[in-house]
Design a binder for this molecule. Sequence first.
Ligand SMILES: Cc1cc2nc3c(=O)[nH]c(=O)nc-3n(C[C@H](O)[C@H](O)[C@H](O)COP(=O)(O)O)c2cc1C
Length: 183
Amino acid sequence: MYLFGSAAPPVLDLVGAVERARSAGWSVCVGLTPTAAAWLRDEVPALERITGRPVRSAPRMPWDEEVWPPADVAVVAPATLNTVNVCALGLTPHFVGGWVAEAIGKRWPLVVMPCVNSEYATHPQFGTSVATLRGAGVRVLLGPGGFEPRPPGQGDRGRYPWHLALDAAAAALDAGAGPGTAP
Ligand SMILES: Cc1cc2nc3c(=O)[nH]c(=O)nc-3n(C[C@H](O)[C@H](O)[C@H](O)COP(=O)(O)O)c2cc1C
């Protein structure tokens, strides 16, 4: 599994999420948006030790070898308003956006679980982006059975439903697709 995190508070619990995924039998490679990488700078050594793979937040240089093995499924969680829009609009400002754009184009199995408050969630672009992603075959875990937005200040990062993202990843794997490699 490739697990891509962006800069919403549950990303601070990524070590625990990776351990949960590994307990469920996944090998995990972690990718981060630049802001998430800044938030997690002290956790990167632990993430690399647990996963046995480099944590990536920057695209490789054209002359560098790929350092991750192919993945069967990718999970973008937590996905901020910004990252959901980046993914839906096909923008590639960073490693995560670039990978997701390629994954959507190739129809690789992809799960996106947003983390937005209810005000971000009512921004018109957010709904458009979710619809675009779903229309492209991405499993967007929003609403019942996924992340449910709460009013600003009432979010609880400890209740971010990581288990639902892992369940969706397993379901995507069962549906059969992939593998994909990082660009
Ligand atoms: C303490 C804090 C909490 C935040 N929580 C969220 C959040 O839950 N959802 C969200 O979309 N953005 C949240 N943001 C804003 C994002 O971090 C910001 O939009 C950032 O540019 C997202 O970048 P990324 O999507 O590239 O990681 C938060 C910012 C801070 C400082």
